[in-house]
Structures are given as structure tokens and as C-alpha cells.
Design a protein around this ligand. Structure first.
Ligand code: ADP
Ligand code: MN
Ligand code: MN
Ligand code: MN
Length: 339
């Protein structure tokens, strides 16, 4: 029996890339080969030389189709097999290899919002729901919208073998979160992209769209982020290393460099209100959800663990945020003799 392979890749749409996918039928037992696509339709090529290459980098059982079907995550290459400029995974590969000996781990909290048509789910037509307060981790039809899709998405992620570690309803109606990790930088970013694809695909069957818009409702409503939790082997053993990582993110031009690549529209989300720190002022603190970087209270108690960078937007590229954090922190830890 031939089987279905869904090739998934990240396109060249600016300012925020989109997921694309198409299906290849393969003979039973065949590994998914290199494939191609029309880059002029994905902002990845001009029309006169439009071929781009899909290089499979990771496969997962396809929970949508079941059976032998696979999800095939790909890097986009040029026809000379060099990485395409939109391929941010290639840069992460190099940086992750350089710091591999520090055994970096990431857990990413992906927040997102369901939309029915042009309104967030749970927002009445032409009006607004009751103000924020009861929706976070809520229960009941007066507080919760979209749970059936969320449960189906969780099942699909588990069936695909993804290291999804939890889900919760968020502060705004129709807003939810799932977490992936802890995993190494390449795995967490690959799996987050696949989990996003499964989110869109699962919601599609219910006639609902999901968005990673960092500020999906204007006004007094929380934005959507992608808190990025990070540790190295030494940080998991020593509080001194935890503090050094938090300090390193605030040194020199690092705050500006990170903010620039933490997702489009970050200034509108990191205002200083709604559990955020202002985008142009770096801070860290224990148990402080109003700081750029939070050291969880158990980490202080246990004197070891990880840090949470609360700045990344929901629409951040996980290949970029993991590359920046591992490079900034692992380089500093090495310099400080804490590698
Ligand atoms: P919050 O309290 O901020 O909502 P969550 O429970 O949503 O936290 O997410 C915490 C994330 O941190 C999870 O994805 C978890 O896997 C991850 N995590 C836990 N320990 C570590 C660690 N040592 N290094 C990196 N990530 C970690
Ligand atoms: Mn969380
Ligand atoms: Mn959250
Ligand atoms: Mn968090």
C-alpha cells in the first residue's frame, strides 16, 4: 500500500512567515525524498527561476490521516542545495552545534487565539464579553470557547509524538496556550512549528481559525506571547549560573537585539501593562510576571533550574528565539567559567 506524506515548510511571507504543506504519495517502505515546490507562490522566489527544494529534516506520525501517513517537516533550500534566505533553521543548526556541550533545554509556551470569522471566539457579534478576570483556567460555557478543538489538538500532538507538556485557557476569551518541551533547541523549534500546523489543521475542520497575532483584540485585553523557558546543564545545578544567564540577556546591546527578533508588533504587546514589562527596559526578577525575564519561585527555593524569557511574541520564529537565547546565554556562561 502506498502512503501519504504531508510535506510541511515555512514560507517567505514578511513580516511573519506562514506554514505551507502539500501531499506526496510514496511507495510503502520508501523514505520521504527531497522534493520541490513553486517558490514564486510563497514569497521564496521570482517567477523566472521559481523552483525551491524541500529537504526533509524530521518526520512524525500523521494523527490527522492515521495509518502509515507521515508529517514531514522540511527546510527550504535553493536548487544548489544551499539554505534559502528564509530558512532560519539552518542558522540555528550551527549555533546549537557550537553550544551542544552545555546541554541547553527549552520549553516554549505558545499562546494563540481562536477566531470565528473576524471576531475572537467568545466575543458576541458587535459587542464585547465581560471584562477579563474569570477566563484564565476557567470552566463553563460562560467562560470557555473552543475547548473541543483544544482537546482534539492535544490528542493530535500526543499521537504525533510531540513533547507537548500541557495546555490551559488564557486570560482573554477564546485565547489558549499549549507548551512544548523541555527539549533541545532544534527539537523544540521543529516540534513547535509542527504543533502550530496541527493547531490550524485541527481548527480548520471546525470552521475556526487560530491566530498567533500578539495583540488580537485592541483595548484592555491581554496580548498573546510565547514565553521561552531556558536552561543549561550548569543552570540546572547552580543558581549562580541561573543569575548569570538572566544578567547576560540584559548586557550591552542584547536587549535591543533580542527584542528586534522576538516577533512583529512586540511594542504593542510589551507595554508594561497586562503582565508585561515595557519592551525598551530590560529587567529580571524572582516570581515577577512584570519583568522581562522571570526566575520562577521554585528555582530560587531550590537554588537551581531555569529562566523564563517572557518577551517573545506568540508570532515569534522558534528557530530565531532559541538561537538568540542559547547564543547569548551559553557564550556568557562559558566566559564566566559556568559552562
Ligand atoms: P508558566 O508558569 O509560566 O505558565 P508553564 O507551565 O506554562 O509555565 O511552562 C513552563 C515550561 O517550562 C514548560 O514547557 C516546561 O517544560 C518548561 N521547563 C521546565 N523545566 C525546564 C528547564 N529546566 N529548562 C527549560 N524549560 C523547562
Ligand atoms: Mn504558561
Ligand atoms: Mn500564558
Ligand atoms: Mn509563562
Amino acid at each position: 500500500m502506498p502512503y501519504k506524506a504531508e510535506y510541511i515548510w515555512i514560507d517567505g511571507t514578511r513580516p511573519t512567515a506562514k506554514l505551507r504543506s502539500k501531499t506526496k504519495i510514496l511507495a510503502a517502505g520508501d523514505e520521504p525524498p527531497i522534493w520541490g515546490f513553486d517558490g514564486s507562490s510563497t514569497n521564496q522566489a521570482a517567477g523566472h527561476a521559481s523552483d525551491r527544494v524541500l529537504q526533509p529534516v524530521a518526520t512524525y506520525p500523521d494523527p490527522i490521516r492515521g495509518g502509515d501517513a507521515l508529517l514531514v517537516l522540511c527546510e527550504v533550500l535553493n536548487t544548489d542545495l544551499s539554505p534559502h534566505t528564509s530558512n532560519t533553521r539552518a542558522a540555528l543548526r550551527d549555533v546549537a552545534a557550537r553550544h551542544e556541550s552545555q546541554e541547553p533545554l527549552f520549553g516554549i509556551e505558545q499562546e494563540y487565539t481562536f477566531f470565528r470569522g473576524s471576531r475572537p471566539m467568545g466575543f458576541p457579534d458587535g459587542g464585547f464579553p465581560a471584562p477579563q478576570g474569570g477566563y484564565y483556567c476557567g470552566v463553563g460555557a460562560d467562560e470557555i470557547s473552543g475547548r473541543a478543538i483544544v482537546e482534539k489538538h492535544l490528542e493530535n500532538c500526543l499521537s504525533a509524538g510531540l513533547a507537548i507538556s500541557g495546555i490551559n485557557a488564557e486570560v482573554m476569551p477564546g485565547q489558549w496556550e499549549f507548551q512544548v518541551g523541555p527539549l533541545g533547541p532544534l527539537d523544540v523549534a521543529d516540534q513547535l512549528w509542527v504543533a502550530r500546523w496541527l493547531l490550524y489543521r485541527t481548527a480548520e475542520d471546525a470552521g475556526i481559525s487560530a491566530t498567533l497575532d500578539p495583540k488580537p483584540a485592541k483595548g484592555d485585553w491581554n496580548g498573546a506571547g510565547a514565553h521561552t523557558n531556558f536552561s543549561t546543564k550548569r543552570m540546572r545545578e547552580s543558581y549562580e549560573a541561573v543569575i548569570e544567564a538572566a544578567e547576560a540577556l540584559g548586557r550591552d546591546d542584547k536587549p535591543a537585539e533580542h527584542i528586534e527578533h522576538y516577533g512583529v508588533g512586540i511594542e504593542a504587546r510589551l507595554t508594561g501593562a497586562h503582565e508585561t514589562a515595557p519592551w525598551d527596559r530590560y529587567s529580571y526578577g524572582v516570581a515577577d510576571r512584570g519583568a522581562s525575564v522571570r526566575i520562577p519561585w521554585q528555582v530560587e527555593v531550590e537554588q537551581k533550574g531555569y529562566i523564563e524569557d517572557r518577551r517573545p511574541n506568540a508570532n515569534v520564529d522558534p528557530y530565531v528565539v532559541t538561537r538568540l537565547i542559547v547564543d547569548t546565554c551559553a557564550t556568557a556562561l562559558e566566559k564566566a567559567g559556568l559552562a
